[in-house]
Ligand binder design. Sequence first.
Ligand code: BG6
Ligand code: MG
Length: 218
Amino acid sequence: DIRGVIFDLDGVLTDTAEYHYLAWQQLADEEGIPFNRQANEPLRGISRRASLMMILGNRQYSEAEIEEMMERKNNYYIELIQTISPKDLLPGAIALLDELRQNGIKTAIGSASKNARMVVERLGIADQVDAIADGYSVQQPKPAPDLFLYAANQLKLAPQQCVVFEDAAAGIEAALAAKMWTVGLGPSERVGSAHIVLPSLAGVKWAELQAKLSDVSR
Ligand code: BG6
Ligand code: MG
């Protein structure tokens, strides 16, 4: 029986994925490194450091330079998320959070971001979630299962009792490695390995989702 839902944040509850992209684009432009939306695709859901490493490719930089660039990108990102408000919740997010609460299902955020708490607060949903696992919670980033296992532990649930909503390939991989149920949001080229793939949270009903999940588990 599913007792808890763990939501990735960026690209699932709100479209901060776009802000992450814009901040990386600005950094890459300043460094004269070719980068664009297509090159950003594999960065979805992965850690700040791993993202920078992919952008830098085989260019050589010192650890100090790497840290400076991570900080610079983060400063651009923090600037971009200052304007986030409850209006920036993606369609269906609030309705589902409300429905889960009404059904006694526990909820958590499972985000790789060190800025997750700030975003959750700006979105006005801090009181609607029972736990937050973020970029400070564990050492190993997604696709390792650690972050989702940490979230389940916070909810006092076994992995098999949890379903994860993710928009990123690395996130689905992490949730499957944690032996959790998975709902991929977005194109199947990205999240096709999830148990269920949906375009977005819009119109998602808890009862219907439970039924679909018990279908695939048969
Ligand atoms: C994830 C985002 O949630 O967090 C990634 O999808 C981001 O794009 C990662 O790189 C780390 O976020 P932050 O805010 O700690 O740099
Ligand atoms: Mg995401």
